[in-house]
Design a protein around this ligand. Structure first.
Ligand code: OFO
Length: 168
């Protein structure tokens, strides 16, 4: 059975994944409103991924016979001010989330709860991919000029992301 501490930590992480989903959803809506339908699609797909992460944790808590507490989800951060800023926010968010997952991993290690430790390794691996993808996006926008990227460059970047898989 999960300890009280790990139950609390996993419930909090579950809400964080739901929050991440809301963040991506809000950025996707922002991108679509600003005419970047490719970026919007990419972010919509990613919002769905984050919801899956939330479900994964919810199911794990239930499978271990602990109480899953579904709470209110904090409001997403403010809208990005530019595509460059959008990708910066995505990258920062993923780095923060990695830190948050590592804290729960450390707790599982300290408690010698190897089932939870093992479960969390999926998230550890996932975060490598997510941070990597966010940093690739950030590099791309920097290459085309960052905040100063012109309309042609943003148009091509938007097209590129239309095709890119949301599986990150
Ligand atoms: Fe983007 O991360 Fe979930 O875990």
């Amino acid at each position: 059975r999960l300890s009280n501490n790990l139950t609390t930590a996993l419930n909090e992480q579950m809400t964080k994944e739901a929050h991440a989903s809301q963040i991506y959803l809000s950025y996707a809506a922002w991108a679509d409103n600003n005419g970047f339908s490719g970026i919007a699609n990419f972010l919509f797909r990613h919002a769905a991924e984050e919801r899956n992460h939330m479900m994964k944790i919810l199911e794990y808590i239930l499978n271990r016979g602990a109480k899953a507490t579904v709470t209110a989800i904090p409001a997403p951060a403010t809208d990005p001010v530019s595509v460059n800023n959008c990708f910066e926010k995505v990258f920062e968010h993923e780095v923060d989330n990695t830190k948050s997952i590592y804290k729960v991993v450390k707790m599982a290690l300290d408690e010698e709860d190897w089932a939870t430790w093992n479960f969390l390794q999926w998230f550890v691996k996932e975060q490598i991919e997510e941070e990597n993808l966010a940093s690739i996006l950030l590099d791309k926008i920097k290459i085309v000029g960052g905040e100063k990227a012109n309309g042609d460059a943003l148009y091509l970047l938007d097209k590129d992301l239309e095709k890119r898989s949301g599986e990150v």
